[in-house]
Design a protein around this ligand. Structure first.
Ligand code: ATP
Length: 362
C-alpha cells in the first residue's frame, strides 16, 4: 500500500506562508497531477512529500508510515526532475544504476535492474553512451530509468517534460502513462500545463495560492468546474465569460449582459437558479459549445476582430456582451475580421458563477 496522505500540512518560508493548511490524499496506484499557475505551491508540495523540503506543520504519511520527519532517502520515493540531473561523465547504464551502486547493491543485481529498466524504456541500444550523445527525450528516459530501478513506493515527477519540444512532450506523456499502467506505482506529477494534466491524470488537483481549488477526474473538472478559477484554468482555448445578472424576462428568467445580451435560462435550471435572481452573475461558455446561430439555442452577437483557422475548425475571436469572446466556427467559415456574427450558445453547456465569490451556481 502506498497511499500518500497530507494532513493539515503547511509551509512557510520565513514569515511568508506559501501553503496554508492543506489536506490531500492520493490513493494507492493513483496518478495524481498537481497543476496551477506559477508560484501556486505545486513544487513545494511535491518536495515536502519527497522530504526535500520540511513541512512547517502537519503530517505526511506514505502507506502506514508517518514520514513527516524522515529524511528523503528513507521515504522510498523516487523523484524525476525537469532538468534530468544526469551525471555527464557516466554512461547511461552507470547513470541508471548509480543509486543502487551507492547503496552497495551487488553488481549482478544492478546489471539485472538496469537491463530491465532499459528494456521498459527502450534504452537498450544506448546503455554505453554518455548523456551528451542522447536526445532530450532519451535523457529524460534515463532519468526515469534511474527512478524505476529503486522500485519506489511513490514516483514524484516535477515538470519532467518542460524541456522537451512539443512533439516529444506528447510522446513522453504517453510513455509515462504506459509506464504507470505497467508498474502500478502511485504517481504525483507536477505541471503548469493543464493539457498535460488533463491527458495524464486519474485525478487533477488544481492549486492556486497554496490552496486546492478543486480535485477531480479530468472530465468532471472540464464539465463541472467548481468556481471561476477552475473554469478559466481548465480548457484550451479557455472558457468565455460574460458579466451580467439574472432577471425576469417576458418569457421567463433570463441572463442579461452588456450590449443587449439576453440569454434565456434553460427550463431545467430555472428552479435551482431562481434564488440568485437580481444578483450579479457571470455566464461561462466554452468556445467549443458555440456555433453560428441556426437552431433554437440562445444566441449573442459577436464582433469579430480576428480569425484563427485551426484545420478541423476555425476560431472567431472578438467581443460579445462587453467581454473578450472566442467562438468556434466551421473550418470553411466565411466570417472574417470586422464582421458581426450571431453565435449560438449550447444551452445545456452554459455555466453560471456568482460574481461575488466566483462559486459555480447549480
Ligand atoms: P512554478 O510552476 O513556477 O515552479 P510552483 O507552483 O511550483 O511554481 P513553488 O515553487 O512551490 O510554486 O513556490 C510557491 C511559492 O513559494 C512561490 O511564491 C515561491 O516564490 C515560494 N518559494 C519557493 N521556494 C522558496 C524558498 N526556498 N524560499 C522562499 N520562498 C520560496
Amino acid at each position: 500500500m502506498s497511499q500518500v496522505r497530507l494532513q493539515q500540512v503547511t509551509k512557510s518560508f520565513g514569515s511568508v506562508t506559501v501553503i496554508p493548511p492543506l489536506d490531500l490524499t492520493i490513493a494507492d496506484k493513483e496518478f495524481v497531477v498537481l497543476v496551477g499557475p506559477s508560484g501556486c505551491g505545486k513544487t513545494t508540495t511535491l518536495r515536502m512529500i519527497a522530504g526535500l523540503e520540511q513541512a512547517t506543520s502537519g503530517e505526511i504519511r506514505i502507506g502506514d508510515r508517518d514520514v513527516t520527519a524522515l529524511r528523503p532517502g528513507l521515504r522510498n520515493c523516487s523523484m524525476v526532475f525537469q532538468n534530468y540531473a544526469l551525471y555527464p561523465h557516466m554512461t547511461v547504464a552507470e547513470n541508471i544504476g548509480y543509486g543502487m551502486k551507492v547503496r552497495g547493491t551487488p553488481k549482478a543485481e544492478i546489471d539485472k535492474a538496469v537491463t530491465e529498466a532499459a528494456r521498459i524504456l527502450n534504452l537498450g541500444a544506448y546503455l554505453a553512451r554518455k548523456p551528451s550523445a542522447l536526445s532530450g527525450g532519451q535523457r529524460q528516459r534515463v532519468a526515469i530509468g534511474r527512478a524505476i530501478v529503486r522500485q519506489p513506493d511513490v514516483f514524484l515527477f516535477d515538470e519532467p517534460l518542460s524541456n522537451l519540444d512539443a512533439k516529444l512532450r506528447i510522446e513522453m506523456r504517453t510513455e509515462i502513462k504506459l509506464l504507470h499502467r505497467r508498474l502500478q506505482t502511485t504517481v504525483v506529477y507536477v505541471t503548469h500545463d493543464q493539457v498535460e494534466a488533463m491527458t495524464m491524470a486519474d485525478r487533477v488537483v488544481v492549486m492556486n495560492q497554496g490552496r486546492i481549488e478543486q480535485a477531480a477526474d479530468p472530465i468532471t473538472l472540464y464539465e463541472s468546474p467548481r468556481n471561476l478559477f477552475v473554469a478559466a484554468f481548465i480548457g484550451a482555448p479557455s472558457m468565455n465569460f460574460i458579466e451580467g445578472s439574472l432577471d425576469q424576462g417576458d418569457g421567463g428568467p433570463v441572463f442579461r449582459g452588456q450590449d443587449g445580451v439576453s440569454v434565456p435560462i434553460p427550463a431545467e435550471r430555472v428552479s435551482a437558479l431562481s434564488p440568485y435572481a437580481g444578483q450579479a452573475v457571470i455566464l461561462g461558455i466554452r468556445p467549443e459549445h458555440t456555433a453560428p446561430a441556426s437552431g433554437s439555442d440562445p444566441s449573442i452577437k459577436l464582433k469579430v476582430t480576428d480569425i484563427e483557422p485551426l484545420g478541423p475548425h476555425t476560431l472567431a475571436i472578438g467581443k460579445a456582451g462587453g467581454a473578450a469572446f472566442t467562438a468556434q466556427m466551421p473550418a470553411n467559415t466565411r466570417v472574417g475580421p470586422d464582421d458581426s456574427v450571431d453565435v449560438q450558445l449550447d444551452a445545456q453547456k452554459m455555466h453560471f458563477f456568482l460574481k461575488s465569490n466566483g462559486e459555480a451556481l447549480p
